[in-house]
Design a protein. Structure first.
Length: 278
């Protein structure tokens, strides 16, 4: 019996596996992969994973499941999943925007579902995963199914129904960071600096700043205050972008991320309804 069975292996799942493969205790032979793309299955097989060409066999041969399809696809496969999943089988799902109430309706109230909001940083073993559980899940269930996440990052449990709200802080946050990094590179080039040097300095500075937030006893407010020296270049630049509406812009980033995440979840129900009417 395989420890995990992955239903689909899209970008975020492949990132998780690449990050987990950096962990010496990770064993691909304990992992099963079902994906409709034969080339994807061949790639995984070459790396030591068990692969399947149908969902039922994967489910039958796995202790736990990981659902990795998109919100538009989950509506098409949920009936087959519901017909084959075992009541005691814990399922981790990374489908964006779909909440516990939907899984309860489709799989039944007693099924064990752990929803996860991942991010692409898991590819380098530095993922940040938010998870929430269904009522049927025990602490042991959550601990067991999240072991694959802990092999490539940090896991934080949040209340049910808050996945859309957490998206800007881990799921979408890398996109915001990369956008700022790209802007920094453009500014470096305009100033005549070597862009590769600027990227290394910027990325290492952000890495160190993140470590300060995580490991220091200093509050966020005090960390920022320490750099806002009166008359200094940093505070002058910060005041300039604040006057141009930077804070309001970031508020919109958070707001739009949350709203769109909810819309993606709604698409799953729309797809199910259309499929049943065909």
């Amino acid at each position: 019996m395989l420890r995990y069975g992955f239903i689909a292996a899209g970008n975020i799942i492949r990132a998780m596996h690449r990050g987990a493969e950096m962990n010496k205790d990770y064993n691909p032979a304990e992992i099963g992969i079902y994906d409709i793309n034969e080339e994807v299955r061949k790639d995984y097989a070459a790396r030591g994973y068990a692969t399947f060409d149908n969902m039922k066999d994967l489910i039958d041969n796995s202790e736990m499941l990981v659902l990795g399809v998109t919100p538009k696809v989950v509506g098409f496969i949920i009936d087959e999943l519901a017909a084959n999943i075992r009541p005691e089988q814990v399922m981790l799902t990374v489908v964006t925007g779909v909440e516990q109430a939907w899984y309860e309706e489709k799989l039944g109230k007693g099924h064990k579902v752990v929803i996860c909001m991942p991010n692409m940083s898991s590819q380098v073993g530095e993922g940040a995963f938010a998870v929430s559980r269904s009522e049927a899940c025990t602490d042991e269930d959550v601990d067991n199914v999240c072991a694959i996440l802990r092999s490539c990052g940090l896991v934080e449990e949040i209340p049910d129904g808050m996945m859309a709200e957490i998206l800007p802080f881990n799921g979408s946050a890398p996109g915001f960071f990369y956008h700022i990094a790209n802007l920094m590179v453009k500014e470096a080039e305009e100033l005549g600096l070597n862009p590769e040097t600027a990227v290394r300095l910027f990325a290492e500075t952000m890495k160190g700043s993140a470590e300060m937030i995580l490991s220091s006893d200093i509050s966020l407010a005090d960390l920022e205050k320490a750099l806002r020296l009166p008359g200094g270049a940093t505070v002058t630049a910060l005041e300039k972008i604040e006057s141009m509406g930077f804070d309001a812009m970031y508020h919109e980033f958070v707001k739009v991320s949350v709203e769109h995440c909810r819309e993606l979840g709604n698409q799953s129900q729309i797809v199910v309804n259309k499929y049943k009417n065909i």
